[in-house]
Design a protein around this ligand. Structure first.
Ligand code: SMG
Ligand code: MG
Length: 368
């Protein structure tokens, strides 16, 4: 494949309600998109970097610069380009997995559309549907939280995740358990808001039968997570810490986690994400698909990835309506708590031209 032109777009899509985590509040999904035109057809990539470097070190403006100045020239310099050659071509650039992942996704999409193969077929998945969970932001009061949880359970979501932070942890979990009972699959995500000194507080979650606690401590604190895993009954799941398949293998061997959240952008793309899946599967560690408030483009790829066999827990792969009144693509609609794996060529979805025109805040041709 030969890249003829590359455009970087920014789209801003309002969220149906603010999404508050331990590190900040999002009211819109401000996404960087990569649009390729190649000699075999077009491809789309979505970068999951947020507007500010709060979830991780990357941010959308920075990712655009890195793609234009450092990643694209390496890919354009390849004698023979396909998705498999992207990771090795970019490996001398330190970090920036979300920028790398977005470019690789666009190239993979172009490659698969041209070959009439879906992302799911490329991953060799067998499932046609994936189970949906939903991630609920930090709420100002219990009444609002319980309303939200009740609404999502009524919609059919198969697992509830509550965002937590110091001072907002045991109480919301207790409130949800008291109202909705012990059968609801329930988990929490701290986004690294606790320290090694908080073991006692986190042990307070043990009586509630949670599926897991996600990323309680700092991303680089594998030892702290391993100690915590020994001290708690609730399984530890890592998100921010897992930046590669090798890191996943190390974290498992160190006892720092017994479940892994997989996000392609965090590990440099869907090919490395599949390798994370494989190392976890080989070690008997279940995985689930994380989310970064993706538009329908990223969601399509996530849903395909989540159909791999070791994704045995419901993911943060919610329906479009959980995020947006109107998605960039045709919406992902949940039926009986599941989303269908797209089966069209490539991502199987594309931006609707009218939605793209309305949501685009900036676009710049960086090649061709
Ligand atoms: O896409 O449903 C979604 C969001 C899921 O909670 C979610 N993501 O740490 O797992 C996580 C957070 C990070 C994104 S915050 C903007
Ligand atoms: Mg998380």
């Amino acid at each position: 494949m030969k890249i003829e032109s590359v455009e970087l777009l920014r789209v801003e899509i309002p969220l149906v309600s603010p999404f508050r985590t331990s590190f900040g509040t999002d009211t819109v999904r401000d996404a960087l998109l990569v649009h390729l035109v190649t000699d075999i057809g077009e491809g789309w990539g979505e970068c999951v970097a947020d507007r500010e470097p709060l979830y991780s070190a990357e941010w959308a403006d920075g990712a655009a610069i890195v793609i234009e100045e450092f990643l694209l020239p390496r890919v354009l310099g390849l004698a023979s380009l396909d998705a498999e050659s992207v990771g090795p071509a970019l490996s001398d650039v330190e970090g920036h997995p979300m920028a790398k992942g977005a470019l690789e996704m666009a190239i993979l999409d172009a490659q698969l559309r041209a070959a009439d193969i879906s992302f799911g077929e490329y991953f060799a998945v067998e499932r046609k549907h994936v189970d949906c969970g939903v991630s609920i932001g930090i709420q100002d009061d219990d009444a609002r939280l319980l309303d939200l949880v009740g609404g999502y359970l009524h919609d059919g979501y198969r697992r509830i995740k509550l965002k937590i932070e110091p001072g907002y942890d045991v109480a919301p979990v207790r409130a949800v358990r008291e109202r909705f009972g012990d059968d609801v699959l329930l988990q929490v995500d701290a986004n690294a808001a606790y320290t090694r000194a908080d073991g006692g507080t986190l042990a307070g979650l043990d009586p509630f039968g949670l599926l897991l606690i996600e990323q309680p401590l700092a991303p680089d604190d594998l030892l702290g997570h391993a100690r915590l895993a020994h001290a708690l009954r609730t399984p530890i799941c890592l998100d921010e810490s897992i930046t590669s398949a090798r890191l996943a293998a190390d974290a498992i061997e160190l006892g720092a986690c017994s479940i892994v959240n997989i996000k392609a952008g965090r590990v440099g793309g869907y090919l490395e994400a599949r390798r994370v899946h494989d190392v976890c599967a080989a070690r008997g560690v279940p995985v689930w698909c994380g989310g970064m408030l993706e538009t329908g483009l990223g969601r399509a790829a996530n849903v395909a990835l989540a159909a791999l066999p070791n994704f045995t827990l419901p993911g943060d792969t919610s329906a479009s309506a959980r995020y947006f009144t109107e998605d960039l693509t045709d919406p992902f609609v949940m039926v009986e708590g599941r989303l269908e794996v797209p089966d069209g060529p490539g991502l199987g979805v594309e931006p609707r031209p009218d939605a793209l025109a309305r949501f685009t805040t900036a676009r710049r041709r960086v090649h061709g």
